[in-house]
Each structure stands twice: as C-alpha cells, then as structure tokens.
Design a protein around this ligand. Sequence first.
Ligand SMILES: [Zn+2]
Length: 264
Amino acid sequence: MFEAIEHWLERRHIQQMGFIRADWDAANADWPLLARYSETERDELFELSLRFLVHKVFASGRDFELTGPICLKVATMACVPILNLGLNWYDGWQTLILYEGDFRPQRPYRSEDGVTHAVGPGLSGEAWSRGPVILSWDAILHCGPHARSGKAGNVVIHELAHKLDMLNDGANGAPPMHAGMSAQHWHDVFAAAWQQLQALAALHHPMHHAVLPIDAYGLTNPAEFFAVCSETFFEAPHTLKQALPELYEQMCLFYRQDPAAAGV
Ligand SMILES: [Zn+2]
C-alpha cells in the first residue's frame, strides 16, 4: 500500500516537472556515448533521469542559473552508471550543487609545498560522504573522450562513482560487490592494475600523461583510481579494455554493462 502511494507521488512529481522525451533528447544531443544504448535502454535512461530529478535536489552555487536542459543532462550522466543497478544505489544523500565554473572549497587546504591556505584550489567536482555532490558546469561541458585533462573524462560519473564506492566502508576504491563477485579478486585486479600504471608513469616521467590509458589523477589513491577508471569505462571503454582487460571485466560485472561491446 505504502509503495503504491509512493509510486503514485513519484509519477505525479514527474508529470509536474513537464519534461517530455524530446527535451531529454535535446539536452543530451551532444553526448555521443548515448548512441551505444538501444532504444529500449534510452527509454529506461529517460525514465531513470526523471526519477533522479524527483528524488534529488539541485541547488545553484554562486547564483548559477539552473535550467531544465542543464538538470536533464546532469541527471542523465548520473544515471548512466546505475542504469542496470537501480536508483536506490544513490540512496542516503540528496543534493547536487552546480557552479558555473570551478569552485573553491571554503576550508583550510595544505598544498604540496606544506603551506596551509585558507581556501583550497579550484575544483571541478567533489562528493561528500552522506553529503552533497558538487559539480562545475564548465567541467561537465568538457566531458568526453578529450576532457580537460586530455584523457577521456566525465566529472559527473567520477563524483557519482565516489558515491557508489562510499556505500561500502567509505571511499576506498571498493564498492559493494554483487552476488558472484569476489571482493578479494576485485582487490587483486585493481592492485595489479595500479602497480602496472604506476610503473608506466615512473618509466615515462615526466611525459607519463601521454602513455597512461587513464587520467594520471587516478593514481592519487585507490578511491580516485576507481572513480577515474569509472569515467574511462564509460567515456573510453575500448581504451580501458585494451590496456587493463581484467579490470575492465570487473567493471562490467559491477556496473552490469559492457560499453565496449556496443562499438561506440
Ligand atoms: Zn575524485
């Protein structure tokens, strides 16, 4: 009974938003990876995006004007990783804050030279445990096979991957495993890939950005490694599969998708 009412309320909220499929198509027209999904899957993504908009709160950072197309696009990018997992994988937090450009967290920050600054460096995205996801619209506009770092990237998928990772013992690069998956095998595969890329980066220093299959930021720590591999998994699956086939296979099992199979 309660579920039926909840479902009815959700449908009513979706109707009140007034988005139609053509709005969704237009908002996502410049995101080529959607072409890898079948018409049925795109219908599911549209539906999931609307449900995401109903259940999450979009807030404007520094008076950035949030429009329908902006919210639809962010919701769609957020929903691609959970297309075959379900919206409940994003339970436990509610708010996305969008800034027009990069944002500066208002908290003390210690830079590499050991100096503590009152305010941190400009960021393109951030995800707080049980708190908001913060995103830069400018960084979202530069998502794709040649993101700002020069590698395939997607700041929305990156930050939402942190949210999935945090579901299991905080941000440590190991999201909850599905039945049939092995946490030990996941750890072994990711640790081996990590070492392989670290060796590659060291070998080619200082030109290592050019030879790595992922953005070098992924080699910061295991949590960033999972988040950056997730961006690459969706934005450049062939690159990831070719460079790290076992890691790619684990990502397929976790996300329940095989983006390289579609040929896009
Ligand atoms: Zn990150």
